[in-house]
Design a protein around this ligand. Sequence first.
Ligand code: PBG
Length: 324
Amino acid sequence: MYFPENRPRRLRVSSSLRQMVRETVVTVEDLIYPLFVVHGRGVKETIPSMPGVFRYSVDCLLEEVREVSALGIKAVLLFGIPAYKDDRGSSAYDPQEVVQRAVKKLKRAFPDLLVITDVCLCEYTSHGHCGLIEEGQILNDATLDLLAETALSHARCGADIVAPSDMMDGRVGAIRESLDREGYQSVNIMSYSVKYASHFYGPFRDAAGSAPSFGDRRTYQMDSANAREALREVQQDESEGADIIMVKPALAYLDIIQKVREETLLPVAAYNVSGEYSMVKAAQEKGWLDGQDIMVEILTSIKRAGADMIITYFARDMAHLLNK
Ligand code: PBG
């Protein structure tokens, strides 16, 4: 027999050919850009553990969004750093708070921009947990009302999508019910359905000031060793009315993204979280690897695993590159 019949290398001989047979391409429409909003004017604060990421006051946020919109980014995910915290996370559903203001201003300035809001209490509670606390324990069911109230306050300001990240049982249903009751049937829920108790959130907690003051989040976020449990969370959120299913983090959970993609008919989002971003930036600062090449490889792998959209702090850099 003539050797070799097949030469896989033949399809790799030129850049044009490689491009023609490429199976996975990340586009700017896939990207969701997370942004941190603070009170004040003219504020653009650096976050030491997240080089290139900033906390913006609303006026500066509009500037940043103007720039990334020009690069083709269609969606942002907002996190707030509130003026005050208490044990009930009241600033999460305060109509005067910073996320609520930011949503209003963004939707007015950029009507076509998709504004997604993180719905959680940890940035807003004095104890830093994602739910109400009694005697050191999370009160799951009592927390649902506050989460629904938070989602509603974002919808009232014009949010297109609310994204609950608290991991309380039943929150998607509770949020869906209150949105519908108040006439917000067309506001989508992007559920952090599969959210692991991950050490990759470290830099985010610096950025948002949301580290728990005692204990950890292991009674509500998932154990990183579990895969079947992820599918149960997905089924439950689907039955409660989730519109988009999210897996978080992304990189150490590519197998989960793939399983979830096979399990659900809904769109799947993956969150390329703070620690995944900061590791690359740190290694790049040391000159140990090329941050831009690694970024492309990481985002491509997340899409190849099955994500329809990627929430990433690289969104701006990636959009920039795609525009070149
Ligand atoms: C809030 C929330 C967290 C992240 C998104 N929403 C932190 C946490 O659960 O402690 C992490 C995002 C990131 O690391 O980039 N619950």
